[in-house]
Design a binder for this molecule. Structure first.
Ligand code: 13P
Length: 257
């Protein structure tokens, strides 16, 4: 049975005080491990350590929103895997659509980052998803093929055992337009089959595939209730406890059903 993962990507939002207040509220409300739901928050780099302190001892894990693939050296502005681990990160998001489409990250760079994250012992959340123009052109599956093959090049099933995939259609991110449960399930089912073909079917049954893109309290349960949807990667609605906790509760309800 795959455990739900409900993750908040804070993006370039919050400050120290608001982030600590949010993390404190989530730590107090987080499910116990027996509830079958994991909770993750991904604050901006400068706040990873203080948010880690705030959630320490609770069921909330901390992840970074990106990482660089080199272990150290003259890479001004970049942050290495070991630095993230040093401040208590367990997870890292890689290949988020804003990194791909705003910051120009390629599948080749994403592959290097995935390899570095795995080699360093972080749980990688690999983000994939098509643009609206891709979907309208009937290219959703071929875009997913390219992104998955690129990101996972030369990565074995053993290396990928803790990998999490996040399907985030770009047209649904921050737009208020959510994929319908059927659209989400169809993409997730496709991704799970892709993983079964590339690796094997028992591995593909274990891997968690999160949905991201305008997830809110009122659509979380139906989205996460789809067979191949194992949680959510939430942007805007992860920034307020009163918006995010109901999404965690929806996963908790589904896990106990
Ligand atoms: P929104 O929930 O704000 O649409 O953002 C989704 C996202 O990009 C999470 O990584």
């Amino acid at each position: 049975m795959r455990r739900f993962l409900v993750a908040g990507n804070w993006k370039m939002n919050t400050n120290r005080a608001s982030g600590e207040a949010l993390a404190g509220a989530l730590a107090a409300a987080a499910p116990s491990p027996e509830d079958g739901v994991e909770v993750l928050v991904c604050p901006p780099f400068p706040y990873l350590a203080c948010i880690g302190d705030k959630v320490s001892g609770s069921a909330v894990a901390v992840g970074a929103q990106d990482v660089y693939f080199e272990p150290e050296g003259a890479f001004t502005g970049e942050v290495a895997v070991n630095m993230l681990k040093d401040v208590g990160c367990q997870f890292v998001l890689i290949g988020h659509s804003e990194r791909r489409h705003v910051l120009g990250e390629t599948d080749e760079i994403i592959n290097k980052k995935v390899k570095a994250g795995i080699a360093g012992g972080l749980q990688v959340v690999l983000c994939v998803g098509e643009l609206l123009s891709d979907r309208e052109a009937g290219q959703t599956e071929s875009v997913l093929d390219t992104q998955m093959a690129g990101a996972l090049a030369d990565i074995s099933a053993e290396d990928a055992k803790d990998l999490v995939i996040a399907y985030e259609p770009v047209w649904a991110i921050g737009t208020g337009v959510t994929a319908s449960p059927e659209q989400a399930e169809s993409a997730h089912e496709y991704l799970r089959k892709w993983i079964a073909n590339r690796y094997d079917s028992s591995f593909s049954e274990q891997i968690r595939i999160l949905y991201g893109g305008s997830v809110k309290a009122d659509n979380a349960e139906v989205l996460m209730g789809q067979t191949n949807v194992d949680g959510a990667l939430v942007g805007g609605a992860s920034l307020k406890p009163e918006l995010f906790i109901p999404i965690i509760d929806a996963a908790r309800k589904l896990a106990s059903a």
